[in-house]
Design a protein around this ligand. Structure first.
Ligand code: PMM
Length: 264
């Protein structure tokens, strides 16, 4: 999954793709580089970010979604707003990526249920401007798995089909570096939920901290590719990244390794 943030303030690519034509080109380039799906978002969720009104989000993302879908690119819409998701699906998006797993907008589960499209439910505790106050766990792996399971139950109770849902531990969302590494080391606990797993580690600060404090986000692609290979080897279904080519190579290595060199 390639990332196109149509935002002024995302931590890695904020401002780069705020102009519609640049965002569209970025999405087309990612598809050409081999991403299976392009994730288009209009609201930054970087630590401390404030919420963006749905109307502004739609103004940013809809022309990009429409153009990419018209060009045959599979697009997911990265939003916590049900009305943005609905408008993006009308514009041709084929999946919803909700970092709040349905907690931010009570209408999101109905939108996911009515549309029937793949719905990514990420582990989330609070909006970005207060999420670090909630980064306290006795056992991060057990608690994230249990909270995701409660989300699955609630979504299914609201009419979303179990088969529609993809789960995501939400690296960096109300989690510090140690929490992220513990979750990555225990993807088996998330597999027990019975749904495919998406991992979004790309360029996040816990990688910067590992390879050297002060390394800017765009210098974290090798570390991101390493996480992608290891996550794929541990059974992740999808990895969400800013730079597609190195991660594609990395997941190819993981697949060849798993299959003894024969095509998977
Ligand atoms: N991370 C960001 C945004 N959206 N969606 C999912 N499913 N998982 C993530 O980890 C995730 C996400 C963080 O911001 P970015 O778009 O600048 O990487």
């Amino acid at each position: 999954m390639g990332i196109v943030n149509v935002t002024p303030d995302s931590f890695s690519d904020g401002g780069l793709y705020l102009a519609t034509d640049r965002a569209i080109k970025r999405g087309l380039d990612m598809a050409a580089a081999g991403s299976d799906i392009v994730d288009v978002g209009g609201e930054s969720t970087r630590p401390g970010a404030s919420r963006v009104p749905g109307e502004e989000e739609k103004r940013r993302v809809l022309p990009v979604v429409r153009a990419l879908a018209a060009a045959g690119v599979a697009v997911s819409i990265d939003t916590m707003h049900a009305d943005v998701a609905e408008a993006a699906l009308d514009a041709g998006a084929c999946a919803i990526n909700d970092v709040s797993g349905g907690l931010a907008d009570p209408d999101m589960s109905r939108c996911a249920a009515d549309s029937g499209v793949p719905y990514i439910a990420m582990h989330w505790r609070a909006p970005s401007d207060e999420m670090y106050r909630h980064a306290a766990y006795y056992d991060v792996v057990a608690e994230v798995a249990a909270e995701l399971e409660r989300r699955l139950d609630a979504l299914v109770g609201a009419g979303v089909s179990f088969e529609q849902i993809i789960v995501d531990p939400g690296l960096g969302f109300a989690k510090n570096a140690g929490h992220n590494w513990q979750l990555l080391a225990r993807l088996d606990a998330l597999h027990a939920l019975g749904r495919p797993i998406l991992i979004g580690a790309s360029r996040k600060s816990f990688l910067g901290r590992l390879i050297g404090e002060g390394s800017p986000p765009r210098h974290r692609d090798d570390a991101t590719a390493a996480v992608s290979a290891l996550a794929a080897a541990a059974g992740a279904y999808c990895v969400r990244v800013h730079n597609v080519a190195p991660t594609l190579d990395a997941v190819r290595v993981a697949a060849a390794w798993a299959h003894g060199g024969s095509a998977p």
